[in-house]
Design a protein around this ligand. Structure first.
Ligand SMILES: Nc1ncnc2c1ncn2[C@@H]1O[C@H](COP(=O)(O)OP(=O)(O)OP(=O)(O)O)[C@@H](O)[C@H]1O
Ligand SMILES: [Mg+2]
Length: 256
């Protein structure tokens, strides 16, 4: 099976109050960009967690995950190097006492078709997403939350090659989300963004809305939100500019 043929299907489970979820199914294929929105505590992280563990009715939600319409192959669950999913969470922190270089080299060796210089490319890519740069001899455990997430995104795209990427609130890591999204849309991955950010939500092709532990809507806005996207993009660019100026120590005498 090649990555292009991979379809992950989410089948309904139960809501927080134990009722049956009313959606039919969600199919996820490489190239899809999907955002997951909903209030705090509505079950967004639980949903991507179901996907990452290939739930079979054995998580709090009771959902089931299929791979190409069938039970996931044993190797996906057992062997991390075969797993087609990379998840970057709200609390990602690397505990291994390795340098960035050692960490990436370890992944390169685990993937037979990865070339050694790809580790350097991964650091360079991560540094497109971060304010303060990551160096090859930094300790993984000393990287900030945002640096760690940037590196793991670069690692998952360039080295691990996982065709499906689950990102939990990357906007809160303070990384350059525009750069991340632009980059991820250019590679043939399925990307699921859990997000509270209107700009990220509007950039995706499909939007899953959650409430009370339930998938309540699966929206395909198409062109209907184009105008809103323009306005949100402008507002977001204004805010990003202000954020950068504040982060660099400026006093904002003028807002724009
Ligand atoms: N369908 C469900 N059935 C039972 N429990 C659920 C269900 N969905 C989520 N939960 C539980 O509800 C709690 C909140 O869910 P979760 O952490 O996924 O929320 P969230 O939407 O990611 O919130 P935040 O925006 O704060 O990150 C968790 O303890 C989770 O296990
Ligand atoms: Mg969450």
């Amino acid at each position: 099976m090649t990555a292009d043929e991979l379809t992950i299907t989410v089948l309904p489970g139960t809501t927080k109050s134990g009722a049956k979820e009313r959606f039919d199914r969600v199919d996820i294929r490489p190239g899809d960009t999907i955002s997951i929105v909903g209030p705090t505590g509505s079950g967004k992280t639980a949903l991507i967690n179901d996907i990452e563990v290939f739930a079979q009715g054995d998580t709090v939600t009771g959902r089931r995950i299929l791979v190409n319409g069938e039970l996931p192959p044993e190797s996906f669950v057992r062997d991390p190097s075969q797993k087609p999913i990379a998840m970057i969470t709200q609390h990602t922190k690397c505990l291994a006492d390795l340098s960035v270089r050692q960490f990436l080299d370890m992944h390169v060796r685990a993937r037979k078709n990865a070339v050694p210089q790809i580790a350097e490319e991964a650091v360079a890519l991560a540094n497109r997403f971060t304010g303060e740069k990551v160096a090859g001899d930094d300790r993984m455990s000393s990287l900030s939350g945002g640096q760690t997430r940037s590196l793991l995104i670069a690692d998952s795209v360039l080295i691990s090659g996982a065709p499906i990427l689950l990102l939990d609130e990357i906007e809160n890591a303070g990384i350059y989300k525009d750069e991340v999204i632009k980059y991820l849309r250019g590679v043939n991955k399925a990307v699921l963004f859990v997000t509270h950010d209107p700009y990220i939500s509007l950039l995706s092709d499909r939007r899953i809305v959650m409430r009370g532990g339930e998938v309540t809507q699966i929206l395909v806005p198409g062109d209907s939100e184009k105008k809103a996207l323009g306005i949100v993009a402008e507002a977001d660019a204004l805010l990003s500019g202000l954020r950068e100026r504040i982060r660099s120590g400026e006093t904002l005498k003028e807002a724009v």
